[in-house]
Design a binder for this molecule. Structure first.
Ligand code: ADP
Length: 425
């Protein structure tokens, strides 16, 4: 096909030729050429003018009629316009679908700007936070007035979730999560965890009540067993074995109940923080540990720092005692147990190291679970409840600490309690 610009060129050349032929009859070559140029120029201006008028009307309707290269230009412009319209329609449809789906979300979602101002919210958010559509642009801390919520937003550390009550319904518990995206934008998500929290509370209450109720019958049982001890020598060998078993099992049950009650206290009680002299505490624990295990000079204590930490002495005593007792329990009597209190890159650590049987890598992440005992047959021979490390983990959580476990089967273990710098007092 002949290119359009060439047609235009040919038509201009033809006009000039006509002018040249005419001028051979009537002369006036230059005015003739001027006439042709003016004619061609007027034609271009007319088309440009039509195009401008059409664009001014928003390029709606049919493009103006034209011929030559202008017909092509109009045609392409109108096609571009149509394509853009179609794309806009599709985009609007997608936005509408997205809006509908976010509106239907059961979780509350709020988009926050740089200054915590609301950029967008879905209907669940308006319900649980009591927001209105007109609150767009308002700062959310001015509408959800909980100090911990404001603190959470201000902290800019969104690795953890925050649990608060709904400002409009205090029976509803919300778990707040913040996700950052784009340039300074944040998506705040709130999930209703009322049922979950209720079940958790019921479980805690149940465990606490059962443990508490078991204490009285246990005390009675132990009392009678103690009385019977006086007659132990009169018992036949069969009864003596049964009697010893009764003692052991009652003792085990007593430990279980005590540990469960301690865990309940750790989960429910308010945190109290004094300045605890960990060095002094460890001296006492190591002495008691050796006394309880009826061994001497198995524990080597290294106090490499005299730093003290903010915390609850009773809770720390329970945690550290559990680690020391475990190290003594799960290693041979002729091996040493090393207890250290030292500085570690701004943090302070208390570690207990033994050369005992160690823990397999697969079991390490599970040993802090309640009632988890690595080798049940082996562990049964040694007294224990399977709650010791769960207590350690809880105590450390309440002290912003972390438990690090390094262990290798047959080589030994090292349990390290790390406390952050802000805990040092
Ligand atoms: P338990 O009352 O059984 O000692 P813990 O919660 O204290 O309960 O420990 C859980 C399990 O972790 C133990 O049963 C034991 O198998 C393992 N464990 C704990 N400490 C040590 C250790 N120092 N060396 C080897 N295994 C250990």
């Amino acid at each position: 096909m002949f290119a359009v610009w060439k047609q235009e060129l040919v038509s201009a050349v033809v006009w000039f030729m006509v002018a040249a032929i005419l001028s051979t009859f009537i002369g006036l070559f230059l005015p003739m050429c001027l006439l042709v140029v003016t004619g061609l120029w007027i034609r271009q201006v007319r088309f440009v003018n039509r195009l401008e008028a059409w664009l001014r009307r928003g390029a709606t309707g049919k493009p103006p009629t034209a011929n030559g290269i202008w017909e092509e230009i109009y045609y392409h412009l109108s096609r571009l316009k149509k394509r853009e319209k179609k794309r806009k329609r599709e985009l609007a449809y997608r936005i509408e679908q997205f809006r509908k789906s976010t509106e239907a979300l059961p979780d509350a979602a709020v988009v926050l700007g740089l200054d915590d101002e609301i950029e967008w919210s879905n209907s669940a958010a308006r319900q649980v936070f009591g927001l209105k559509k007109s609150d767009k642009g308002q700062r959310i801390p001015n509408l959800v007035r909980f100090p911990e919520f404001n603190q959470f937003l201000k902290s800019r550390d969104y690795s953890k979730q925050l649990v608060i009550l709904s400002p409009v319904n205090h029976a509803m518990v919300l778990e707040i999560k913040v996700v950052t995206y784009g340039q300074g934008l944040r998506l705040l998500l709130a999930h209703d965890v009322t049922q979950l929290k209720k079940m958790e509370r019921m479980r805690k209450d149940f465990v606490a009540n059962v443990s508490h109720e078991l204490r009285t019958p246990l005390t009675v049982l132990k009392g009678y067993l103690e009385t019977l001890t006086d007659f132990e020598n009169d018992l036949s060998p069969l009864f003596r074995t049964s009697f010893e078993q009764m003692w052991q099992q009652t003792d085990r049950m007593q430990h279980l109940v005590d540990d469960l009650l301690l865990l309940t206290r750790l989960e429910t009680q308010q945190k109290k923080a004094d300045c605890v002299d960990v060095g002094q505490l460890l001296i006492q624990i190591c002495q008691e540990g050796e006394y309880l295990a009826s061994v001497s000079q198995r524990i080597v204590l290294h106090l490499e720092t005299d730093k003290k930490i903010k915390g609850n002495e009773q809770e720390l005593r329970s945690a550290f005692t559990n680690l020391v007792v475990n190290a003594l329990k799960y290693s041979a009597e002729e091996t040493l147990v090393k207890v250290r209190w030292y500085d570690d890159a701004g943090k302070v650590c208390m570690s207990v190291e033994d050369k005992g049987e160690g823990i397999a890598a697969v079991d390490i992440p599970r040993v802090t679970e309640r009632f988890y005992r690595v080798d049940v047959k082996r562990s049964r021979k040694l007294s224990g409840t399977g709650l010791g490390l769960a207590i350690v983990k809880h105590v450390l959580m309440r002290h912003e600490g972390q438990l690090k476990i390094d262990s290798e089967l047959g080589q030994g273990s090292c349990f390290c309690c790390q406390f952050p710098a802000q805990r040092i007092c």
